[in-house]
Design a protein around this ligand. Structure first.
Ligand SMILES: NC(=O)c1ccc[n+]([C@@H]2O[C@H](COP(=O)([O-])OP(=O)(O)OC[C@H]3O[C@@H](n4cnc5c(N)ncnc54)[C@H](OP(=O)(O)O)[C@@H]3O)[C@@H](O)[C@H]2O)c1
Length: 247
């Protein structure tokens, strides 16, 4: 009698568009059952689920604002009810609003910290308690933590904090064979990066890395898949900058 290996389950936050949607599709192609989390984009998340199913994969969509701890608890409950547990958490949900410190209002600061930092804290706390042994945690940081460009202050600070949380969690998970890493993309062609930027700014940033193009969501999804898969097993507590060499 042959025994089937149970499918691993990956939860991708903010997977209704951009990098998260590509990561969800890529992980499904690699054999994971995927939970496609979204905040507001129900139809877009459903479209990602349909794409995955059409390609022979398995996925469900699940609404949760990651900034809300109760919603994040329900998201993990939902995953456990549907699939028995979670093996891989991709903390991808994030927002980016740019302003100089002088022009940053309280709402911009509070919203950025609520989603990018508290949101990651909420899912990391749940994962620390509930991720199955042997699991993987992948946090999305940003290369602006290294580049430190003007107007990115609050956003870059939120991502620096995400890197720190992950590095400390790596140690707290000792003995459970769970890796925690961050991926720090450079400019990547998604709504988050392109929205509101003048064409000249996009062109300038596209020329900035030695590879002279913007990142594609698929480039970042490939690195997420590496860290989630068997080849990433020995990478732990690291920040991987994935940016065509911009820094
Ligand atoms: N694009 C870049 O150049 C770049 C560079 C470095 C790092 N990053 C990081 O990569 C990650 C993905 O960015 P992206 O460029 O793919 O962004 P995006 O295209 O704007 O997509 C962001 C996703 O996050 C979801 N989201 C936003 N707020 C949420 C919340 N409170 N709860 C749950 N989901 C939420 C959105 O879902 P709904 O539409 O359903 O709300 C959307 O699916 C972010 O953490 C970003 O900071 C991006």
């Amino acid at each position: 009698m042959t025994q089937e290996t149970p499918t691993k389950v990956a939860l991708v936050t903010g997977a209704s568009g951009g990098i998260g949607a590509e990561a969800a599709k890529r992980l499904a192609r690699d054999g994971f059952t995927v939970i496609v989390n979204y905040a507001g984009g129900a139809a877009a998340a459903e479209a990602v689920v349909r794409d995955i199913e059409a390609a022979g994969g398995r996925a469900i969509s699940a609404q949760a604002n990651v900034a809300d701890p109760a919603a994040v608890r329900r998201l993990f409950d939902h995953a456990e009810t549907a699939f028995g547990g979670v093996d891989v958490l991709v903390n991808n949900a994030g927002i980016m609003k740019l302003a100089s410190l002088a022009d940053t209002d309280d709402a911009l600061f509070d919203q950025t910290i609520a989603v990018n930092l508290k949101g990651v804290f909420n899912t990391l706390r749940e994962a620390a308690r509930r991720l199955r042994d042997g699991g993987r945690i992948i946090n999305l940081s940003s290369s602006v933590v290294g580049l430190r460009p003007e107007t990115y202050g609050v956003y870059a600070a939120s991502k620096a904090a995400v890197e720190t949380l992950g590095e400390i969690l790596t140690k707290e998970l000792r003995g459970r064979n769970i890796t925690v890493n961050a991926i720090a993309p450079g400019p990547t062609a998604t709504k988050l990066f392109l929205d509101g930027k003048p064409v000249e700014a996009v062109e300038r940033l596209a020329k900035a890395p030695p590879l002279e193009r913007l990142g594609r969501p698929e480039d970042i999804a490939a690195t997420i898949a590496f860290l989630a898969g068997p080849d990433g097993a020995w990478v732990n507590g690291q920040v991987l900058r994935v940016n065509g060499g911009i820094i």
